[in-house]
Design a protein around this ligand. Sequence first.
Ligand code: KG4
Ligand code: ZN
Length: 336
Amino acid sequence: ETKRLILAFESSCDETSVAVVQNGSEILSNVVSSQIKSHQRFGGVVPEIASRHHVEQITYVIEAALTEAGKTIDEMDAIAVTQGPGLVGALLIGVSAAKSLAFVHQKPLIGVHHIEGHILANRLVQPLTYPLIALVVSGGHTELVYMANDHSFEIIGETRDDAAGEAYDKVGRTMGLTYPGGAKIDKLALEGEDTYHFPRAMLHEDNLDFSFSGLKSSFINTIHNKEQRNEPIDKANFAASFQAAVVEVLVTKTMRALEHYSVGMLVMAGGVAANQGLRQGLAAALTAQFPEVELVIPPLSLCGDNAAMIGAAGDMLLQQGVFSDMSLNARPGFMF
Ligand code: KG4
Ligand code: ZN
């Protein structure tokens, strides 16, 4: 039995990550160096600061990933790296490191789409069966993706404005939560109730698209009105009301996608897949409406940006013989 080993890189935003993945399914190491603290006082990711951190961290992260896996670069079958989408300066650090190592050690190079990585992170949970639908929810993306088979992506629904994670973070800022606010709102929501009934945009429209900017504005206006009247802000109820609106829309549109496309599997992907309300809401709706569809949810450690997911996607491309050459470049606006 042959074993495939991939050294994988992810540096599209504010995590510097390197992983060693075996056979696309087993994580030997997945080292993530987060820069969140350096960006917090600016309320979001500052591209220049991100690039500098990646440069400072990358060699240590590579060494840590290899040491933890107990492997050398010469044992690798290929080197995979996030090509895009993401911040160009940040992407370039991972791309340059991957290309240099591939050149020096004469290894095949594989450029990976960041969102493909988020979706195929689920390969690290269990084998995927096709066709499947992926609900991709992150800081930059909110999409329903239909996959007829490996490496085939059809966007069947997407946000018309803000991504779900972006809305969480903006709303979090209004409540005085440090960046990124998503996980903090999720936690607060547990202690509150949906008392504000914020709008559920496009819920009854017959499409699979999303819109979160109206919800965000409604939330911010409601908070500002309360502040003007010097009324206390019941943060838990605000959080629970916001989360209820987001989850209802995401769950309803995902169920509608399952009505239109016959699939055997639904997978969650992206940072917002860590959301407890969404995980529970999706599981409950699926059990009630499509009990025959299998739900795959990545563990929390594989929801946010990490290199193991790039290794999982890279391994699939390795098996298909989809390689890049030394002209591989960062693609900040990379589309499926
Ligand atoms: O996938 P990711 O790590 O980076 C991107 O590719 O965007 O996603 C980050 C996003 C942030 O907006 C963050 O607030 C959100 O995921 N997030 C959450 C939770 N954990 C992270 N949003 C809601 N609930 C959570 N538990
Ligand atoms: Zn991401």
